[in-house]
Design a protein around this ligand. Structure first.
Ligand code: NI
Length: 172
């Protein structure tokens, strides 16, 4: 278990598409997940994707009871997803403020699907399938974007709603 260095915006690995994991039960994936959880918690993250620590595999972790970086967010169950996928359950999108541990200190207003179903495997190979809304749905879409080399600034519609968290005049 270890806190790993988080790659920052500009690193080419953050722009690459991560690879499918052949065996979610592989001991190496378990070790990777332990490092990801340690790293996420050390930085008060709401979630983390494997490419953020330089491992280009389709693995994400997310969840918290309470999060200092998103004090208004409802709790999200602590979850590991290997080879995750999601689908919007309707086309409604909502905008809210997001940050990213790979883009420290900044926030942007990002549209996301409000209501999704997601699916993936846990470390025992069981299927996890959930229908979620709100911040939970937002976090999952953000982390899955990382697996496809997409960072949240790419989705911002109005770049006036992007900046350093401590300089933005808007409530985040
Ligand atoms: Ni991120």
């Amino acid at each position: 278990m270890a806190v790993r260095t988080i790659l920052r915006y500009g690193h080419p690995d953050l722009l690459r598409v991560s690879k499918i994991v052949d065996d979610p039960c592989d001991q190496k994936i378990k070790q990777l997940v332990e490092d990801m959880v340690d790293t996420m918690k050390a930085h008060d993250g709401a979630g983390l994707a494997a490419p953020q620590i330089g491992i280009l595999k389709r693995v994400i972790v997310f969840g918290f009871e309470r999060n200092e970086r998103y004090p208004n967010a409802e709790p999200v169950p602590e979850t590991v997803l290997v080879n995750p996928e999601y689908e919007p359950l309707d086309l409604t999108q909502e905008e809210d403020w997001e940050g990213c541990l790979s883009i420290p200190g900044m926030r942007g207003l990002v549209p996301r699907f409000a209501h999704i179903r997601y699916r993936g495997h846990d470390l025992e190979g069981n299927v996890i399938s959930r229908e979620v809304t709100g911040f939970h749905a937002r976090v999952v879409q953000h982390e899955m974007d990382h697996l496809n080399g997409i960072l949240y600034p790419f989705r911002i519609r109005d770049m006036k709603r992007f900046g350093f968290a401590d300089s933005l005049p808007f409530e985040q």
